[in-house]
Design a protein around this ligand. Sequence first.
Ligand code: ATR
Length: 287
Amino acid sequence: MTEASPLARYAVIGNPIAHSRSPQIHALFSQQTGKPLSYERLLAPIDGFADAVAAFVAEGGQGLNVTVPFKLDAYALAAGHLSTRARLAGAVNTLTWRDGAWHGCNTDGVGLVSDLLRLGVHLSDVAVLLVGAGGAARGVLQPLAQAGCAHIHIVNRTAAKALELADAWRASGVSPQTQVTAGGLSDAARPGGWNVVINATASGLQDAAPDLPAGLYADGAAAYDMMYGARPTAFMKQAEADGAALTADGLGMLVGQAAESFFIWHGVRPDPAPVLAALREALAAGH
Ligand code: ATR
């Protein structure tokens, strides 16, 4: 007979999952806050998300981080218990088992906003260019609007998708004080430039930057890539050449979303700074 684990069980679920840094992040948060827990990687078959989650809960699992390609499956699974954030993002990255049901939230956008603020980027009353119109872009609209951005212009390689996203956002009626407009990549220019430009496209997967016009950055503007790597991304290099005063990759967003999930599960907000430093060091060392 095996004894039940005394530790609360959490995991990150995805496919592939071997690359995930979430176990390391949550282990460091656990040390920092003194909340003991177990956190593992779960590889689910592409068509086997619901079964894998059911098996996890049967073994005492209490919470899951959800990554590619299952954020929509997680949304469907928690359909009866979605946070406003999850509803507006249209996707779930944090599942919590409570009172016999899965509750879904999305912490990606909170992670982005907290990292921008950590970097000293002002979001109140600023003009933001959001590049991309997939799930990553959709997930950050509400947190950016709630942080007080005056204008968010969504541009995408397929312009129709950006227009659709902006229409859906306006129809939601959330944060009407934030002006949300849209267009194609060639419509990205703004007289005087943007204060913040965020890359939410998957172009970095091909080590490329989106095909944006030059002259996008206002004085003192920041460029943020949701992707991250051991070296500056193609988008960061493009932004620097185009005059961005600050460029950053998405490692801090990754740690920020994890910190918010940790808070949902354990009621304590860990300090992301030392964890981010440890991850940056590991990344630079090729781990
Ligand atoms: P995610 O959920 O991660 O946002 P997605 O829904 O597949 O992923 O969206 C990927 C985004 O990256 C889209 O905005 C896509 O543009 P299209 O809608 O035109 O496909 C964008 N994208 C991917 N590769 C790109 C590239 N090389 N240049 C510019 N945009 C790119």
